[in-house]
Design a protein around this ligand. Structure first.
Ligand code: IPM
Ligand code: MN
Length: 354
């Protein structure tokens, strides 16, 4: 019997619905081609709903989402909502409560894509960041004291647990082994200043490394990493790091792979429900203009299929995306592609069917 996947779709805010529509179009095409089916249930959450109803994430939503094979997310973030409310109330809550403890962010420069780094091409930029996704400064631990007075104190703590660090590092070693590229795993930290947190990370890394004698290990401070990613991105295969550093270095990664228009990620819960998203955000400026690049959302759909065990379909999506970046797009930036959002989605479908 043909496999059927149930997908929870959260188009979200801003350009989210437009790019998700293209991703769904591609999923429909690839599923028909490769003999599986999926049903998409749409969930209306995000800034608009919050502004209308005051509700961020409705009660019972998380339990509902747990019943799906995967979640496909567009974007969360609204210009009229104070920063932090939607991010913490939706995106981070989903990551935490669904225990999506890995944020997997591939950085790959596709042929035909302009790279801002001089003399670097697709042969130099192909690495994956394994970002811890449930701890660090993201837990919200800390507080304020004497707010608004000259004596105000603000504390924002970084929580690192042995269990949380170890499961992330283990995932990274396994991923590196499976990827079979350079077989090299780099720990990115800041052992010279964050002497509690990254001492735990480094010790755990070195211990787990003993179980993977075939994986070459390396360490770099995060500040130095931002330098190497610009100067020698070809040194990297898989990078493992904490939540905050992972957030920062993957925006740098997105730029060297051609921009937010192509950068996709997966919030992975190896034991539960994972969530796939373009990492670029809601881009309110471009909302409803049919100008935004849907390739990041399409690549996120590809990652989702790969995660569900439909590797062939995931690869076919990637191949089709490469055809489009090589043959059609003037730029990956919104409004500068030389094509509309829907046209780019149509191109991907067309190449997949060839
Ligand atoms: C990301 C985003 C989020 C993060 C924000 C929106 C909370 O920047 O997915 O990288 O910091 O993780
Ligand atoms: Mn980010």
């Amino acid at each position: 019997m043909a496999k059927n996947y149930s997908i929870a779709v959260i188009p979200g805010d801003g350009i989210g619905p437009e790019v998700i529509a293209e991703g769904i179009k591609v999923l429909q095409a690839v599923s028909q081609k490769n003999g599986f089916t999926f049903n998409a249930d749409y969930f209306d959450i995000g800034g608009e709903r919050y502004l209308k109803t005051g509700e961020v994430l409705p009660d019972g939503m998380i339990d509902k989402l747990k019943k799906y094979h995967a979640i496909y997310l567009g974007a969360i973030g609204h210009p009229d909502v104070k920063p932090g409310i939607l991010e913490k109330g939706i995106l981070l809550r989903l990551r935490f409560e669904l225990d999506q403890y890995i944020n997997l962010r591939p950085v790959k420069l596709y042929p035909g894509v302009e790279c801002p780094l001089k003399d670097k091409g697709p042969e130099h930029i192909d690495f994956v960041v394994v970002r811890e996704n449930t701890e660090g400064v993201y837990t919200g631990a800390g507080g304020v004291f004497k707010k608004g007075t000259p004596d105000e104190v603000a504390v924002q703590e970084s929580i690192n647990t042995r269990k949380g660090v170890e499961r992330c590092i283990r995932y990274a070693f396994e991923y590196c082994k499976k990827r079979k590229k350079m077989n090299k795993l780099t720990l990115c930290g800041k052992t010279n200043v964050l002497t509690y947190a990254f001492d735990l990370w480094e010790r755990t890394f070195n211990e787990v490394a003993k179980e993977y004698p075939d994986v070459q290990t390396d360490y770099t401070h995060v500040d130095a990493l931002t330098m190497w990613l610009v100067k020698n991105p070809e040194w990297f295969d898989v990078i493992v790091t904490d939540n905050m550093f992972g957030d920062i270095i993957t925006d740098l990664g997105a730029m060297i792979q051609g921009g937010m228009g192509i950068a996709a990620g997966g919030n992975i819960s190896p034991e539960g429900v994972s969530m796939f998203e373009p990492i670029g955000g809601s881009a309110p400026k471009y909302t409803g203009k049919n100008m935004i690049n849907p390739l990041a959302a399409i690549c996120a759909a590809g990652m989702m299929l790969e995660h569900l065990g439909e590797e062939k379909s995931g690869n076919e999506i990637e191949k089709a995306v490469i055809q489009v970046t090589t043959k059609h797009l003037k730029s990956l930036a919104a409004g500068q592609m030389g094509h509309t959002t829907t046209e780019v989605g149509d191109f991907v479908v067309k190449y997949m069917q060839e």
